[in-house]
Every structure is written in structure tokens, then in C-alpha cells.
Design a binder for this molecule. Structure first.
Ligand code: C2E
Ligand code: MG
Ligand code: MG
Length: 755
């Protein structure tokens, strides 16, 4: 305001003088006007610019020559404001009262699209410098004052809004708008180390986002939070070369205010940034700090709420969810499982003879033990599992997302074994080793109970059965599941010895090239010849081996054996172009796969191009960033990579393009449905249609009928595998198959359809 008044007072006599002696004082006028730090704009009654002083040229970014003759509307005055009509009536008003000044404040445009608030004083000059009537407008830039007003307004409205939902979002938007900057954000410290902040709300000029976490080392935020600076007027990106974000945003200027708690310790930051230099008068900085205080207050209030929530939903002794929260989570898990036809396991864990511990160690000792028990259980769980303390020495564990009951039984069994194992280790309390054990009861949704109450009751019953059986063990509610669990743990133990006892075999299933009428290769499939149970298919033990890590030595054995087999076939001149090997997630995650392959290939004297590595779609998509470099290397070393069970995962064609796979194996489930399901037919023909365009070769798995073969062949699928061509064969049977195929003697070769 002061600036504004100063401007007017300074020029007031001059304006009068100009009006009186316009022509004779032309030189004098020009000199003063040229040095003024207000805008001097002359325009005619049609709205056309006659002249502008150097200050005006600079402010609006137009050289005078470019502005003269152009209409003020559409150049410095935005069209949306005036719509022609307003300007006309304004000129009339000025004309009618030539003795008075006409004031107005409006938003004006600069040449590069910035907005400036200008306070104008307009004077009608009946006989202007050119002899005809003109208007002289003297303008003062009041943008900063206006912004401060807007900010105050925003602050006032933000605090009045009902419900607190979205206050951060509104604040950043309003800040950016009020200060005319592109970016504004609110961030809070992620943890006590105060090294990173999490964005609570971020406005990028177009939309709000949240949740990103930034390391603040080397950023202006770090300086603000340490109280070193608050404002960087220009060149901020260049000054903080480590701050990638500033570079990416093209940030030029920065202002930050710390958010503080009641003890004045920083808890976060509020900042605005722009791609242009940012001047901030003191008054405006003060306002941002007022905003910061308001936001900090809001954060503290939420924090207090969280504490109350924590008290109501968590067990104070162990920090685990309490009964209330557990029931809530279980309820949610059941809803989710019902919707997705999944299985949920509920484990009831009760410590054996805990009362005895309490009696001998006292309650304080008992508390230490319970806390340690909670920690040991928690350390074994996945993030998506929940463990809760229901009270006393009772704990429950909730595990969800199982696709089959068999999977549930396997995981629940091995988890229960793990629980009993970690709880059997001594607890060191007050210098003595204390030993305890636990009894575990397990129920399964939906088979053991369709609602929460039944499930909890049945888990409890199962736990009592475990106690009856002598404690320190687990028991499923349903007896069949116990048998299943027993068989599984027995098999798991026996699998450990299967390798040493040489019980594993490889079967080879032909992959045929229907168009060329020959064998394109074989897929190696592992078999377990169990001494009592006979042949066990990989479906039963690979998943288990994947879980306990045995899949790594088994996979190593497979690779070695396949390479030896290839070299053997080469010596016998059996025409086998390649063998395909299934690789599991664990093998990819554990280092050493490349070294192993290279060594086996070299030992056997075959080439890497003779091996195809099959990786399931879900494995490939598990952690693409991690596996991608490994896959690239494998491809670079000459191995062929195939995506197995394609169609069962969720990869898009966009993702496929980035994967170094050359081959897709369409999952058996699609091929199976070809005869009767229109949907599968469209999916398969779409995959076959798009494959070649992406440079991918397609193999159809699980072809069992002539009809399926014909359909696939008609849609240009040449490579197929399945019982229609051959079951998996023992290694000794392969040469004969390959030879008969070379001679065109196999049944499927008799009726190969013409393309
Ligand atoms: P996969 O890689 O998709 O292998 C194809 C499976 O489909 C094999 O089952 C094969 O016997 C079966 N199959 C082939 N043609 C037909 C058909 O026409 N109809 C039907 N119904 N089935 C057919 P298998 O041998 O039981 O193997 C199951 C899965 O176990 C394999 O699926 C693979 O993911 C895994 N696997 C097998 N061997 C290994 C191995 O050495 N290492 C690893 N990590 N996984 C293996
Ligand atoms: Mg496979
Ligand atoms: Mg497959």
C-alpha cells in the first residue's frame, strides 16, 4: 500500500502538469517519465497504445515499438476481463469526468504469460500529445500485496472448512495460486533420523500427489530444517546439484518454512518452488510461516489421534494388535477371500505352562517373556500377515491370500513348525535361561467355518486338541488336514535326502515343429522316484522345494544333467536342437546361476544356444528391476529365454517388449478350453497374432486333441507341446522319437493340415 501511495503522491503533481502543458512540456515530461518506476501508458479512446515508458516496457516485457498501435485489450489487459464492453464504458466514464481520476485495479498479462496486479490511475487528456484526446494511465505493480491478501484469504478459508479431509491438498493448491508459483508441497519426516521426508501433499501445477519419499540430503529442505536459510531467490537447481528433483522440475527459486511441534522441534516442511526467480517481500514470508504453523497444528492433532487409536487397538505390553483390531482385520480378510475365492488360515497359539513361568519369575519376568514371544513370532511373518495378542498368553496369527487348501496346509504347517522352533529356544530373563513351548490350533476359511466366530472357536478347539496330544505341537481343526500336513512334512524331510539318494529323474517332453514336421527340442521335467510312494510329480514337491530353498540344489542338478544328456545325444548323433529347462524364482534370486550354466555348458561341450530357460510369467514379473539385468546377461550369453505359463500372470504387451524373452509358452489352461470356450479362442488367436509383431516365437503347451492342434495351426502357431504329440519320455526313449519324427513316421505327422 505504501508503495502504491508513494507512487501516486510522487507523480500526482506531474500528472497535473502534464495535463495542463502537455505540448509545451513534452521534453520535460519525457525525461521524467523515462526515469519513473511506475508504468506510464498513453492510449487513445479506441484503446490503442500510444506510448509506454521504459519501466512499463520492462515490466510487461514488450519493447515500446511492438506495443504502439496495438489494442491494450488482448495485449496487456486480458480479453476475458473486459470483453470490449467494459473498456468502452470505462473510457466513457473517464471522458465524462475529465477533472477526476479514474482508479482501477486489475490483473495484467506480461508478454511471457505472467500475471501482474496493477493499480491504475487514469486521466483523460482532451488534447493529447498528438492533438487528439488520449488517456494517460499511471500504474503501480501491487502483485505482492495482492498475493499476500489472497494468501490470507486462503488461510482463513482453509481453517474454516468443515471436516479435515483434504486440508493439506487445499493448502498447497492455494499457496501455489496465491504466490503465483508452479509447485508447493508439505512433507513430514519419515522417522527419527530425519533424513527423508514423505510428501503429504504435492501440487505440481496440475494435480495433487502424495506418498513419495525423498532423501533430503543436499536439498534446500535440509538447510531450511537446520535453520540455515529459508529463501533461494534464483538458481536453486544449480546451487543444489545433488538434488535430482529440483533439476527435473527445472526449479529456479525456493521458499521453505519448517513445521514444528510444541517443543519447537522440526517435524516437517512446507515449501513453494517456481521455475522463475521468486522475490518475496517480508510480509509474504511471514504469511507462509503462518500457513506452516497452521499445518503443523493439524499434523500434531492427527498425531494425537493416532496415539488414541494406538491405545484402543494395540496391546500395550507387546505393541501387537489387540483383540479388537484383530477381529477387524479378520473380518476384512474374510470379505476379501470370499470375493476372490481364496483361503484364509487362522492360527491360535497358546503358551504351555505359562502360569508356571509367572509364578517363578514374577509378573515382571512374565511380561518380558511375553514381549520376547511376540517379537519372535512377528519376525517370522510376512508383512501381509497379522499377529495379535488376545490377552494372557494367547496369540493369534492370520494368514491370507492362499489359492488352494493344499497351499494353506503347506504354509500353515511350516509356519507352525517355525513357531515351535523359535519358541523352543531359551529365553534369557534375569540372567537365567527359561524354556517354554506352545500349542497351536489351526482353522481354515471357508472350509472350517464361514464366519469369524466359528473360525475362532474352531481354532481354539484345535489348540485344545494339540494340548491333549501332549503340547508343543500343532493341530488342524479338520483331521484330514492333519494327515495332509503330516505327509507334507514327511515328504519335505525326505526330499532333503532325495538328491543324495539319487531319487530324482528327468523326463523329456517333445516340443514339435508342426509346420516343419520335426522335433524342435525337449522340455526337461523333473520327477521324484520315491522309494515307497512311486513317482511324484513336480507339482507336489517343486513348490515345497521353492519354499524351503531345496529348489536351488535340485535346479543345479537339473541343469548339469541336461547338459550331460545333450552332449550324450550329440555323440550318438540324435537330432535334438535344444532342451528347455524350468528355472525357479529362487534360482534367479540367488547369485551364481550364470556361472553355473556357463560351467555346465563348458563341461558338456555344448553351446548355450542349445538351452532354453523357461521362467514363469509370475516369476518374471515378481521384481523386474532386479531380474532384468540378469536376464539381459543370460540372453547376451546366448541362452534362449521363454516365458512359461504365459497368460496366467498380468504382464502387458508393453512390459513384454522390455523383457529379453524370445519365446512365449501359452499356458495349458487356454489350450484346454479351445474346443469349447470362445474367450480362450480369442485370447489365443490374439497372442498368436501379436507375437510375431513383437518378435516373439510362441509355443502352445498342453495340446491334447487334434482339434486344438488344428485351431493353433490355422492361427499360425508352429511350435506345440502336449500329450497329443507325446507324454514326457524317459531319456532313453527320446532318440527313437526324434528319429521317427525325422522320418515322418509319427501319427501326428500323418494328418498335418495345410497352412
Ligand atoms: P510346466 O513347465 O508348465 O510344464 C508343463 C507341465 O504340463 C508338465 O507337468 C507336463 O507334464 C504337463 N503337460 C504337458 N503336456 C500336457 C498335456 O497335454 N496335458 C496335460 N494335462 N498336461 C501336460 P509336470 O511335469 O507335472 O510339471 C509341472 C510343473 O513343475 C512344470 O510346469 C514346471 O513349472 C515345474 N517343473 C517341472 N520340472 C521342473 C524343474 O526341473 N525345475 C523347476 N523349477 N520346475 C519344474
Ligand atoms: Mg515349463
Ligand atoms: Mg508351462
Amino acid at each position: 500500500i505504501a508503495l502504491f501511495l508513494l507512487g501516486i503522491r510522487q507523480w500526482y503533481p506531474l500528472v497535473l502538469a502534464v495535463q495542463r502543458e502537455a505540448n509545451s512540456q513534452a521534453t520535460f515530461y519525457r525525461k521524467l517519465v523515462n526515469e519513473a518506476n511506475s508504468v506510464f501508458l498513453r492510449w487513445d479512446t479506441q484503446g490503442r497504445v500510444l506510448s509506454i515508458n521504459p519501466y512499463g516496457e520492462k515490466l510487461f516485457g514488450y519493447p515500446e515499438g511492438e506495443l504502439v498501435g496495438r489494442n491494450v485489450v488482448g495485449t496487456i489487459v486480458p480479453e476475458r476481463d473486459t470483453r470490449g464492453q467494459d473498456l468502452k464504458s470505462m473510457i466513457e466514464a473517464i471522458e465524462q469526468h475529465p477533472e477526476q481520476y479514474h482508479h482501477n485495479e486489475n490483473e495484467n498479462m506480461t508478454r511471457d504469460g505472467r500475471w501482474l496486479w496493477i493499480a491504475w490511475r487514469n486521466t483523460y487528456v482532451a488534447e493529447g500529445l498528438n492533438g487528439s484526446p488520449e488517456i494517460l494511465s499511471v500504474g503501480v505493480d501491487i502483485t505482492d500485496r495482492k498475493r499476500a491478501e489472497d494468501a490470507l484469504h486462503a488461510l482463513a478459508t482453509a481453517s474454516q472448512l468443515p471436516g479435515e479431509e483434504g486440508i493439506f491438498e487445499r493448502t498447497v493448491k492455494q499457496l501455489a495460486w496465491a504466490y503465483g508459483v508452479k509447485y508447493a508441497f508439505i512433507g513430514t519426516f519419515v522417522d527419527e533420523t530425519q533424513r527423508s521426508i514423505r510428501i503429504e501433499s504435492f501440487w505440481d501445477g496440475e494435480r495433487i500427489s502424495r506418498g513419495k519419499v525423498y532423501d533430503i540430503r543436499g536439498t534446500p529442505c535440509a538447510d531450511v530444517l537446520r535453520g540455515r536459510i529459508d529463501h533461494v531467490e534464483r538458481d536453486v537447481a544449480r546451487r543444489c546439484p545433488e538434488d535430482r528433483v529440483l533439476q527435473d522440475w527445472g526449479a529456479e527459486s525456493y521458499y521453505g518454512a519448517p513445521l514444528r511441534d510444541t517443543q519447537n522441534n522440526p517435524i516437517g516442511i512446507l515449501a513453494i518452488l517456481d521455475t522463475r526467480p521468486l522475490k518475496l517481500p517480508r510480509w509474504n514470508r511471514y504469511l507462509i510461516n503462518v500457513f506452516a504453523e497452521r499445518i503443523a497444528g493439524e499434523l500434531l492433532r492427527r498425531c494425537a489421534e493416532d496415539n488414541i487409536y494406538q491405545l484402543a487397538h494395540y496391546d500395550t505390553l507387546t505393541g501387537l494388535p489387540n483383540r479388537l483390531l484383530f477381529q477387524d482385520r479378520l473380518e476384512q480378510a474374510l470379505v476379501h477371500a470370499r470375493r476372490n475365492s481364496q483361503f484364509v488360515a487362522l492360527l491360535f497359539i497358546d503358551l504351555d505352562h505359562f502360569k508356571h513361568v509367572n509364578d517363578t519369575l514374577g509378573h515382571a519376568g512374565g511380561d518380558i517373556l511375553l514381549r520376547e514371544v511376540a517379537e519372535r513370532i512377528r519376525s517370522l511373518l510376512r508383512r501381509s500377515d497379522t499377529v495379535a495378542r488376545l490377552g494372557g498368553d494367547e496369540f493369534t496369527v492370520l494368514m491370507a491370500d492362499f489359492h488352494s487348501e493344499a497351499e494353506l496346509v503347506r504354509i500353515a504347517t511350516s509356519m507352525s513348525q517355525e513357531f515351535t522352533r523359535v519358541l523352543a529356544e531359551p529365553f534369557r530373563i534375569d540372567g537365567t535361561d527359561v524354556y517354554i513351548s506352545a500349542s497351536i490350533g489351526i482353522t481354515c476359511f471357508p472350509t472350517d467355518g464361514s464366519n469369524l466366530d466359528y473360525l475362532v472357536r474352531n481354532a481354539d478347539l484345535a489348540m485344545y486338541k494339540a494340548k491333549e496330544r501332549g503340547r508343543n505341537c500343532f493341530e488342524f481343526y479338520r483331521p484330514e488336514l492333519n494327515e495332509l500336513a503330516e505327509r507334507r512334512s514327511r515328504l519335505e524331510m525326505e526330499l532333503r535326502r532325495a538328491l543324495e539318494n539319487d531319487e530324482l529323474r528327468l523326463a523329456y517332453q517333445p516340443i514339435v515343429d508342426v509346420a516343419a514336421g520335426r522335433v524342435a527340442g525337449f522340455e526337461a521335467l523333473v520327477r521324484w522316484e520315491h522309494p515307497e510312494e512311486g513317482e511324484i510329480r513336480p507339482g507336489e514337491f517343486i513348490e515345497m522345494a521353492e519354499y524351503n530353498g531345496l529348489v536351488v540344489p535340485i535346479g543345479e542338478w537339473v541343469i548339469r544333467r541336461v547338459c550331460q544328456q545333450l552332449s550324450h545325444w550329440d555323440q550318438e548323433s540324435v537330432p535334438v536342437p535344444m532342451v528347455s529347462i524350468n528355472i525357479s524364482l529362487r534360482q534367479l534370486q540367488r547369485g551364481g546361476l550364470i556361472g553355473l550354466l556357463e560351467q555346465c555348458v563348458a563341461d558338456a561341450g555344448t553351446g548355450s544356444h542349445r538351452l532354453m530357460l523357461e521362467i514363469t510369467e509370475s516369476t518374471l514379473m515378481h521384481d523386474p528391476e532386479k531380474t532384468l539385468p540378469l536376464l539381459e546377461t543370460l540372453r547376451g550369453n546366448g541362452y534362449r529365454l521363454a516365458m512359461d505359463d504365459f497368460g496366467t500372470g498380468y504382464s502387458s504387451f508393453g512390459q513384454l517388449r522390455q523383457m529379453p524373452v524370445r519365446t512365449l509358452k501359452i499356458d495349458r489352461s487356454f489350450v484346454e478350453d479351445l474346443d469349447h470356450d470362445e474367450n480362450s479362442r480369442s485370447i489365443v488367436s490374439a497372442i498368436l497374432g501379436m507375437g510375431p509383431g513383437l518378435g516373439l516365437e510362441v509355443i502352445a503347451e498342453g495340446v491334447e486333441t487334434e482339434g486344438q492342434m488344428h485351431f493353433l495351426f490355422r492361427h499360425h502357431c508352429k511350435l506345440m507341446q502336449g500329450y497329443y504329440f507325446s507324454h514326457p519320455l524317459a531319456a532313453e526313449q527320446c532318440p527313437e522319437y526324434a528319429q521317427r519324427a525325422a522320418g515322418g513316421e509319427l501319427p501326428w505327422q500323418q494328418d498335418t493340415p495345410a497352412l
